[in-house]
Design a binder for this molecule. Structure first.
Ligand code: ARG
Length: 485
């Protein structure tokens, strides 16, 4: 063995990393390795969960007689002080103490002595960190569910004001059939409703307690894990200690749900970007969500939706990162799992910011004077209508009209194709062809065809559940309003 004369850790220095472990270590960690292995500069954001988890653990240890009530009281006091130090920005986070857990425990011991050293009885950082991440994520999921509700309310608000506004619906980005703009907005409400449901479903599996799994095998102390779960408001206790310390599928599942939600935001972004382009001119978004160009003075760019579309790639990337992180890890805990935090945190931050900004960009902000929302998207109903009148959006209605007159659908389809060809040649809409010319295609066509070919006639005819008829859209709107009230 080499001599330890130069590398011997000082026993007075509580905060050297070697000291964080034990006397077993004969040389301190190099600075590079310290930086490489530390997580304190990103996991400190879980400090509240760490303290909450520790207090629940200590309360149970005292109730079970593993530590004294006086120890528990000292731990409570020390943690209260640490909490106020952190909140005041006065807590000194030390890289040498690797992570949030060791930093808080070391400070506790400085503050309350032996009681602080007893806190870690029957516990390991492995079950501690798994508990902290779950507690932290549970609360974030609740915030996200609230933001998803706000976004749905914004979309419902815009939908409610635009049930009778008609725009072309597209398939393949080609004009297909006219639809209600309210109906179009409610399509996104359906997506975000499912996203909220998915979040709450993930929450059930997040809100389960690993603490008590200890390092991997459970512990020799008579812990009451159910009691800790109850104190922490958790729905249950991880039933296998090996799984409890090593499972991160809850984080993967959450990130998958977040990715899907971002994909929905991204689809909406793409539409907003297209709609506000000069060629469409369907909507405007408020200036505070756009930016100018440094060279082209006329420009107003949809940076917010574009960024949201871009950030979707970032969140999907985190999902790939996390799922790949798990692959190939043997049971139980491995340090790989420390890498779960940055992608998870960034997913939460990105999703929350995106949802918040979209709720406001779409629906606007409440004006305290009037109580009404202002500054959301501006809808240009005339531009939408003009676009819906182009591209023979009601051609299917002519086919349906002929079917009602007794023609088989396939024949009707063919007849209308000829009519569209003629109208295209003449550069007019179907409704601009004189009745006699339409009758040349089929003698059953009568004057009432023009009602069927109107945008309103086309919408009203689609009066099946989930269809775009204003009556259906109003029924859906009422359901969403009641659900979100
Ligand atoms: N900072 C660690 C993490 O995030 C805590 C658990 C460390 N456990 C261990 N045995 N090294 O995963």
């Amino acid at each position: 063995m080499s001599s330890n004369t130069t590398a011997q850790p000082s026993h007075n220095q509580l905060d050297t990393k070697a000291q964080a472990w034990s006397a077993l270590f004969s040389e301190p960690m190099s600075d590079l390795v310290k930086r490489y292995t530390s997580s304190v500069f990103f996991d400190q954001r879980m400090w509240k969960a760490d303290i909450t988890g520790s207090l629940a653990h200590a309360e149970m240890l005292a109730a079970q007689g593993v530590i004294g009530q006086d120890d528990y009281a000292a731990i409570q006091k020390g943690m209260a002080q640490i909490k106020s130090e952190i909140e005041a920005g006065q807590f000194e986070w030390k890289l040498d103490l690797e992570d949030v857990h060791l930093n808080i425990e070391a400070r506790l011991t400085v503050l309350v002595g032996d009681a602080g050293k007893r806190l870690h009885t029957g516990r390991s950082r492995n079950d501690q960190v798994a508990t902290d991440v779950r507690l932290w994520l549970r609360d974030e999921i609740d915030l996200i569910a609230g933001l998803l509700k706000e976004l749905q309310l914004s979309l419902v608000d815009v939908a409610g004001k635009n049930v009778d506004v008609i725009l072309p619906g597209f398939t393949h980005l080609q004009v297909a059939q006219p639809v209600s703009f309210g109906h179009h907005m409610l399509a996104y409400v359906e997506m975000f409703k499912r996203d909220a449901e998915r979040m709450l479903d993930v929450r059930k599996r997040v809100n389960v307690l690993p603490l008590g799994s200890a390092a991997l095998a459970g512990t020799t102390y008579p812990l009451d894990r159910e009691r800790v779960a109850k104190t922490l408001g958790m729905d249950g206790v991880c039933q296998n200690s090996l799984d409890g310390v090593s499972d991160r599928d809850f984080a993967i599942e959450f990130t998958a749900a977040a990715s899907l939600c971002m994909v929905h935001v991204s689809r909406l972004s793409e539409e907003l970007i297209i709609w506000m382009s000069q060629n469409f001119g369907f909507i405007k978004i408020a200036d505070r969500f756009t930016t100018g160009s440094s060279i082209m003075p006329q420009k107003k760019n949809p940076d917010v939706p574009e960024l949201a579309r871009g950030k979707t790639g970032r969140v999907v990337g985190h999902l790939m990162g996390l799922i790949t992180l798990m692959k190939g890890q043997p049971l139980a805990y491995n340090k790989d799992n420390q890498e779960d935090k940055e992608p998870l945190f960034d997913t939460v931050d990105t999703l929350k910011d995106t949802l918040r900004i979209f709720a406001e960009m779409i629906g606007g902000q409440v004006n305290p004077a009037t109580g009404a929302k202002e500054g959301g998207i501006t809808v240009n109903a005339e531009a939408m209508r003009a676009a819906a009148l182009k591209g023979y959006a009601t051609a299917t209605d002519l086919a349906d009209y002929l079917v009602k007159k007794g023609l088989p659908f396939r024949d009707a389809h063919e007849t209308v194709a000829h009519a569209v060809k003629l109208a295209t040649l003449k550069g007019v809409d179907l409704t601009e062809l004189p009745l006699v010319e339409l009758q040349a295609f089929n003698p059953h066509i009568e004057a009432d065809v023009f009602e069927a070919l109107s945008l309103e006639g086309s919408l009203n005819a689609r009066n099946t559940l989930g269809g775009t008829a204003p009556a259906q859209v109003r029924a859906q709107l009422a359901k969403h309003q009641a659900r979100l009230a």
